[in-house]
Write a protein that binds this ligand. Structure first.
Ligand code: S3P
Length: 172
């Protein structure tokens, strides 16, 4: 009965490298929903890349933009929304995400996250220091927040995106 279900929105949360974008696109295609990505929307609005925003405005500036974009995007319906890995840090985001769609936590272990992000230059938080240690740290801070907002937790491991999707569709 509430907007959470009625909206037809599925919202993906989880760490960088957990596969939110790939999974989101596949789910949207399979379910006939529109795929939306908060990082993409931030880049579209500003005309610059995420690393560029971090350079100029720092993480704090990026977080403000992220919160603004998320509050606009959640007004939509029948979409699959992929959020940036740090979206759940803000209490306001956790509240609006929970209220506006079924929230799916794509959970992956740190080793897999590291494998999937190690050649990536688009994630400013992993560009300094030891990325494995940083991912471990972020995971410890954020796992409780992802679990707090999630209606469904999907463990991504060796399975293909397609089989994860079928598992998920079975749970919605
Ligand atoms: C971030 C994750 C990134 C992006 C930014 C910060 C984070 O999104 O929003 O680099 O704090 O974990 P992805 O989860 O899509 O990589």
């Amino acid at each position: 009965g509430n907007r959470k279900c009625r909206s037809g929105n599925l919202i993906l949360v989880g760490m960088m490298g957990s596969g939110k974008t790939t999974m989101g696109r596949t789910l949207a295609k399979h379910l006939g929903k529109t795929f939306v990505d908060s990082d993409e929307e931030i880049q579209k609005r500003t005309g610059v890349t995420i690393p560029h925003i971090f350079d100029i405005e720092g993480e704090a500036g990026f977080r403000q933009r992220e919160t603004a974009v998320i509050s606009d995007l959640v007004g939509g319906e029948n979409m699959v929304l992929a959020t940036g890995g740090g979206a759940v840090l803000a209490e306001q985001n956790r509240a609006v995400l929970q209220q506006n769609g079924i929230v799916i936590y794509l959970k992956a272990n740190v080793h897999d996250l590291w494998l999937r992000t190690r050649h990536d230059r688009n994630r400013p938080l992993l560009q300094t220091g030891d990325p494995y240690a940083k991912l471990t740290d972020l995971f410890q801070q954020r796992d409780p927040l992802y679990r707090e907002v999630a209606d469904i937790v999907i463990q991504s491991g060796k399975q293909s995106v397609h089989s994860l999707m079928l598992q998920l569709v079975g749970e919605i």
